[in-house]
Design a binder for this molecule. Structure first.
Ligand SMILES: Cc1cc2nc3c(=O)[nH]c(=O)nc-3n(C[C@H](O)[C@H](O)[C@H](O)COP(=O)(O)O)c2cc1C
Length: 186
């Protein structure tokens, strides 16, 4: 009787250990990669980081953009018209360890800033899920989601979030709802 009890207890412990291992394996590893010129996308990315526990990565260019608004408008337009790929000075160490890339950026001329295009082309993102968020001044996503899908045809696209500038008082709950829709809620 004693032996049977010990055997059953061992089996039970083994089952629990296996279940824990399977759960740990299923946990999705998240990278929050963002580009930001005036800080809005950065602030949103930091909030998402705190909520998901993912790794935060800033997409930075070798040549910096002008701090002057009307000048950066022209710089960005020129890059977009020439379909430029600005050189990046930051690189993700091991992209292979991530299952999900939460990708944040401002709407620039109704699309993605070109450094985001450089980022998407730099890595093999096939099979990974890209979940975009876009900070904007009224134009919401513009053509940015189409641009991302074209640059990463082998990735799965998650439900995207648009945020007006730095977001209003509902930003926290908007992010929570959006994360839940993407299966990343608490
Ligand atoms: C170069 C440039 C182009 C922009 N183009 C648009 C646009 O086409 N539509 C829009 O709604 N907002 C546009 N904006 C406004 C930004 O999307 C908005 O200010 C955003 O919150 C900035 O995010 P950031 O602080 O992360 O850079 C533009 C801003 C800049 C600097």
């Amino acid at each position: 009787m004693k032996r049977i009890t010990i055997a059953m207890l061992t089996l039970f412990t083994l089952c629990i250990a296996m279940e824990t291992a399977v759960k740990a394996e299923k946990k999705q590893r998240i990278l929050i990669a963002y580009f930001s010129w005036s800080g809005n996308s950065r602030g949103i990315a930091q909030k998402i980081q705190r909520k998901t526990g993912g790794d935060l990565f800033e997409i930075k260019t070798v040549s910096s953009y002008s701090q002057d608004y009307s000048t950066v408008l022209k710089e960005a337009q020129k890059e977009q018209r020439s379909d430029a790929r600005p050189k990046l000075k930051t690189h993700v160490k091991n992209i292979r360890k991530y299952d999900i890339i939460i990708l944040g950026y401002p709407n620039w001329w109704a699309s993605i800033p070109m450094p985001v295009a450089t980022f998407l082309e730099e890595y093999n993102l096939s099979g990974k899920r890209i979940i975009p968020f876009c900070s904007h001044g009224g134009g919401r996503f513009g053509q940015s989601l189409t641009a991302i899908a074209k640059l990463s045809p082998d990735s799965k696209m998650g439900e995207a979030l648009s945020v007006h500038y730095s977001g209003g008082s509902s930003l926290d709950s908007d992010i929570d709802r959006w994360l839940s829709k993407n299966g990343l809620g608490k």
